[in-house]
Design a protein around this ligand. Structure first.
Ligand code: ADP
Ligand code: GN1
Ligand code: MG
Length: 353
């Protein structure tokens, strides 16, 4: 199927083959090789998760056009490859979304920072992304997944999964459930501040994992922010926090040996310096003061989403082993605990920066 789809796009040269690519949990991604040096990224977007394919692609077209005005370097912004009949993407049988991007040459995408500098650079990339979109009218974007980072709604889904217990897995994870339930009350903090008008909706990325940034493989400078499917109105603290949850851990997101999983304040600081250095002047005082809350709350939320998916039989995130989502949930809860323990130090550090 993907070979057939690849042939429908207006690529240079003749497609030779597709190689599965990247470590995303949602879409299917291939590197398309042709008989020319030019490479492409082919993706089948998960329309079970993103049912509004047109709205999603419209967001990406709007946002990339805006970013290109700020920085015309082709390696710095994703570029869609049109189909041979001049469309921006293929909606096959009304529900299968296929698209192609220029491959960003000379870049790397990391699941773990090799040095704090790498993570600092990813902070710069997401900070610049935020800054460049700070004058984009957020209301023009479709909310592709309503309530994507509405932690209260995520709690409701979690409660439902526990009640239904369709795979009879609740009995395996009572300590993890208790951990999450004990923190439900504080989880709406950012939502309350937003409702009160103290922090505002901005155009945010909403999935700021380190592997969603391409760094130059030689200089390790930021090249391009990718994975724009979830770009929509959101909160700066969430973008900041999601990056830290993934990248400031001393282990991979799915590490099974929890003794290896710690929050590194050195990495946290590196990201915060990069991020705030690029967009700190665009944020108001409350936004800056709630960055630490953002990292704790989003880590809690993602841990809960992994556990919810485990309880529901692993229908959302791609898994490679039976308890993969449970392993992921456990690393996140471990990080939440350490964020709580180090809360004072984290706040002090952010204030210093
Ligand atoms: P998912 O939603 O499944 O995470 P992504 O859009 O993030 O899908 O793509 C998966 C991975 O493919 C990314 O993490 C990145 O490493 C790589 N990738 C995506 N687009 C490009 C691109 N245009 N050039 C180079 N690598 C890319
Ligand atoms: C998913 O697509 P990917 O792998 O970059 C998920 C994020 C989670 C992340 C956890 C659309 O991101 O919200 O934080 O996994 N994306 C979606 O690793 O749900
Ligand atoms: Mg991704």
């Amino acid at each position: 199927m993907h070979q057939e789809m690849a042939r429908r796009f207006a690529v240079e040269g003749t497609p030779l083959g597709c190689i599965p690519f990247g470590s995303g949990h949602i879409n299917e991604t291939w590197l398309l090789v042709t008989n020319q040096p030019h490479l492409y990224i082919l993706q089948k977007v998960n329309t079970g998760i993103f049912p509004d394919a047109d709205g999603l692609m419209r967001n990406i077209l709007l946002v990339t056009a805006h970013l290109r005005k700020k920085d015309p370097d082709p390696r710095h912004v994703l570029t869609l490859i049109p189909t041979k009949d001049g469309r921006d993407y293929i909606l096959f049988r009304d529900n299968m979304l296929w698209r192609m991007y220029e491959f960003i040459p000379g870049g790397i995408s990391l699941d773990q920072a090799e040095t704090p500098k790498d993570f600092y650079q990813s902070g710069r990339a997401f900070g610049l992304f935020q800054k460049h979109l700070s004058d984009f009218p957020a209301e023009e974007l479709t909310e592709v997944i309503p309530g994507f980072h509405n932690t209260r709604m995520r709690y409701e889904a979690f409660h439902r999964a526990i009640r239904e217990d369709c795979r009879e897995r609740v009995k395996n994870v009572q300590p993890e459930i208790d951990f999450l339930l004990a923190r439900e009350e504080g989880a709406g903090l950012l939502l309350d501040l937003q409702q009160a008008g103290d922090i505002r909706l901005r155009v945010t990325h909403n999935d700021t994992k380190l592997n969603n940034v391409i760094l130059d493989e030689k200089t390790r400078e930021p090249l391009c922010v990718v994975d724009l499917d979830t770009v929509m109105p959101g909160l700066a603290a969430t973008d900041f926090g999601d990056a830290v949850r993934f990248g400031a851990s001393t282990a991979l997101e799915d590490e099974q040996d929890l003794s290896k999983v710690h929050l590194s304040l050195e990495l946290y600081r590196a990201f915060a310096e990069g991020f705030l250095g690029s967009c700190g002047d665009k944020l108001n005082q409350t936004e800056r003061e709630t960055l630490a809350d953002g990292s704790r709350i989003i880590t809690l939320e993602v841990g809960m989403r992994f556990l919810t998916d485990y309880l529901q039989g692993d229908t959302y995130f791609h898994i490679a082993r039976p308890e993969h989502n449970l392993d992921r949930a456990r690393t996140q809860l471990r990080l939440v605990r350490e964020m709580e323990e180090q809360d004072d130090a984290i706040r002090r550090m952010i204030r210093e920066i």
